[in-house]
Design a binder for this molecule. Structure first.
Ligand code: GLC
Length: 684
């Protein structure tokens, strides 16, 4: 069976199922096919809390469309505005819309063994209340051995019956299904052809060529909105921070989507430069998320607004589309009628973001934590400072300065560079703890992530991001990353912090709601693992970057699946850490920032293929044992066929590069004018 979803006339979507039934036995058999769907009320939470109101409102009826049946369903209040429908491309001899009738009196039957299937036909009940389903019985007749019949169903919603009937014809045709599937296949081929690699590591190839970019498409589409773990009820929506990071992994393959999405994300930025935390994609309403839960804590996250700077600069490096910076985008603040109080250029939005953090500082002159930073679960009393936000600011500011300098705005860049240097001095003066960097300062100046603490003594992000921001001096950077290796690394991945808190402490917040070893409390939270790979690549340690990459590579988990339990082709969000009895168990697969960042770490830092404003940098940081690797990369309209030789068996360093056989200086492939080009790179 193939299931796919296509756009519907009303801007919604319809689900089409292409069901192929084959007789794989050696005898001719008679076959009935009964596709079934079960409806929820649009207020799905009420379904759990009010078992009278919901069933009193749910109704179903049948309509004829020639010799085909359409089952129409609606909660009573929507009977003239929103009709659900279920239909097929073959005549049905009977139908059912009442779940109780389908499963059997008093529902003693189960979905595994519905009692109504013991009858020749379904009961043809048009439900006037109760739990509504849609089931159509099709007598497919006698199928000879090897014979196949095709049944196509459609499930969707339209405002009225006429709209339903008008919309059905296309996907009743098997040719339309084939055409739709061919279109999908072309989409995926084009998407994946943006970059294909051939390294000595089969598990890395399988992830970077197919599964990892596939997951990146999923996170770009769904953010953290709806998954097997986030069940779509309640306030969760598209996360500003999450999506700004997801975009980073699709700017090359889907630049237009990235552009449009970044504009939407920036429209949730407020005039003061900070941003809303999330928005509901159905209503486009923003919210401050969980930060509203605590009256006495700040109602903003200190990182949300900074991520889009990385998104925009990544998009510009990939595309060279600098007109993007002049786009006018509204701020989220609105008047009584819902109109934006102010709009500004995209460039101005980026400035406001940096400006907010420059001013929002605490007693060491470091950026404040707000309700939380990237780590949702550290919720300290008002006044705490966050080294995460400090480093994110540092990286975003560097990116912004590179952009300004490329655009010839040296004076403006200079003032940001100066602010960066001042902050660097403050970090180095306040945050070095002897063996590593601290992660926070509490409102009273007490450090967290320090040897002085009993719990949460060392945090991964405090070290990796000190390298990624460029704030860490070289010796400290090395020392800090070695502390990560000795204190946080496990065979299943790097822990977010250690040791875990052991008991709820409202002063520290969400992290203490977990037992030690779970999630942000000393668990192997995967999203920050690629940041450690990136930091090690920046420092030139290709062995360690690749060790970190491989130890969490899902494609390498096939022989541990009993313990790991997650899909071996998709990054999960978390793996239980070594303080937990189920060390190694993975959860929350699919919708995790791990996808975007592992893709970036693997392709841009380990393989070192990085888009820049005036070309594609080739700067690998690989295990010294590798003889090299190959890659084919689409970049600014050209196809680059890259071969990297590592005859000297180093981790990092390019000594020679040729473009179509001609020696070129440095390791930057310039922007070319289209066509196919051969790049050879020698490391040493
Ligand atoms: C979840 C959230 C993400 C957050 C992370 C760490 O993955 O979706 O926004 O950064 O947890 O707390």
């Amino acid at each position: 069976m193939t299931i796919f979803v296509v756009g519907a006339q009303n801007g919604g979507s319809r689900e089409v199922r292409d069901i192929q039934i084959s007789n794989i036995s050696k005898k001719t058999i008679e076959v009935d096919a009964i596709p079934v769907v079960e409806y929820t009320h649009p207020d799905a939470l009420k379904q759990f809390t009010n078992a009278d109101w919901i069933p009193q409102t749910m109704q179903s009826r049948t309509e004829k469309d020639g010799d085909l049946t359409i089952l129409v369903q609606y909660p009573f209040m929507f009977k003239n505005t929103k009709l659900n429908y279920f239909t097929s491309n073959l005549p049905a001899s009977s139908f059912e819309t009442d779940r109780k009738k389908f499963l059997g009196a008093n529902e003693y039957g189960t979905w595994a063994k519905p009692l109504s299937l013991q009858n020749r036909e379904l009961s043809n009940t048009e439900a006037q209340r109760g739990d509504n389903i849609a089931a159509l019985l099709h007598q497919l007749g006698r199928l000879k051995p090897g014979e196949t019949r095709q049944l196509i169903t459609q499930l969707g919603q339209e405002p009225d019956l006429a709209a339903i009937k008008n919309s059905l014809a296309k996907y009743r045709q098997p040719e339309a299904i084939s055409a739709e599937l061919a279109r999908l296949a072309t989409f995926w081929d084009t998407y994946l052809e943006t970059l294909q690699v051939e390294t000595p590591d089969a598990a890395m190839n399988s992830m970077l060529n197919i599964h990892n970019p596939r997951q990146c498409f999923t996170t770009k589409t769904w953010s953290r909105y709806l998954s097997y773990y986030q069940l779509g009820l309640g306030a969760r929506g598209i996360g500003i921070r999450d999506s700004s990071q997801d975009v980073l992994a699709v700017v090359a393959a889907l630049p237009e989507d990235a552009r449009a999405f970044l504009k939407i994300l920036l429209s949730f930025q407020k005039r003061d430069g900070s941003a809303m935390h999330q928005f509901n994609p159905l209503t486009m309403e923003g919210s401050e998320g969980d930060s509203l839960e605590n009256e006495d804590r700040p109602h903003y996250y200190s990182d949300d607004h900074l991520w889009s700077i990385l998104g925009v600069t990544a998009y510009l490096k990939e595309t060279g589309d600098f007109a993007f910076l002049d786009e006018i985008i509204p701020f989220y603040d609105k008047d009584k009628n819902g109109a934006a109080l102010e709009s500004a250029t995209l460039l101005e939005h980026l400035k406001r973001g940096l400006g907010f953090t420059q001013k929002d500082t605490g007693q060491h002159g470091l950026p404040l934590l707000g309700f939380a930073d990237w780590n949702d679960t550290i919720n300290l009393p008002t006044g705490a400072e966050s080294l995460f936000t400090t480093h994110l600011y540092g990286r975003a500011s560097n990116e912004f300065c590179d952009l300004l300098e490329f655009m010839g705005k040296q004076a403006l860049a200079g003032s940001y560079r100066q602010a960066y240097q001042t902050l660097k001095t403050k970090v180095e003066a306040a945050a070095w703890d002897g063996g590593w960097y601290v992660m926070y300062f509490d409102h009273d100046g007490t450090p967290l992530g320090s040897q002085k603490n009993k719990k949460g003594q060392i945090h991964l992000n405090g070290q990796s991001w000190a390298v990624m921001s460029g704030f860490a001096a070289p010796e400290r950077a090395r020392k800090a990353m070695d502390a990560v290796y000795s204190k946080l690394n496990t065979k299943y991945g790097i822990k977010l912090s250690a040791p875990g808190y052991n008991g709820f402490d409202p002063k520290v917040g969400g992290v203490t709601t977990y037992p030690p070893g779970a999630k942000e409390n000393g668990g192997i939270f995967l999203h920050p693992n690629p940041w450690a790979m990136i930091a090690e690549s920046i420092l030139g340690n290709g062995e360690r970057a690749f060790e970190y990459y491989s130890q969490i590579n899902p494609a390498g988990k096939n022989d541990q699946i009993e313990l790991y339990e997650s899909e071996p082709y998709v990054y999960p969000q978390n793996i239980l850490g070594d303080e937990h009895p189920q060390f190694g168990l993975a959860r929350n697969a699919w919708l995790s920032g791990t996808a975007s960042w592992c893709y970036q770490a693997g392709t841009q830092y380990i393989l070192g293929l990085r888009a820049e404003y005036n070309g594609l940098r080739v700067d690998p940081c690989i295990p010294s044992a590798w003889d090299g690797f190959k890659a084919v990369r689409r970049f600014r309209g050209s196809l680059l066929r890259i071969t990297v030789y590592n005859q000297e068996h180093v981790c990092k360093g390019v000594i020679q590069m040729t473009l179509d056989g001609q020696l070129i200086r440095g390791n930057l492939v310039p922007v070319l004018t289209g066509g196919e080009h051969y790049i050879e790179v020698w490391m040493g």
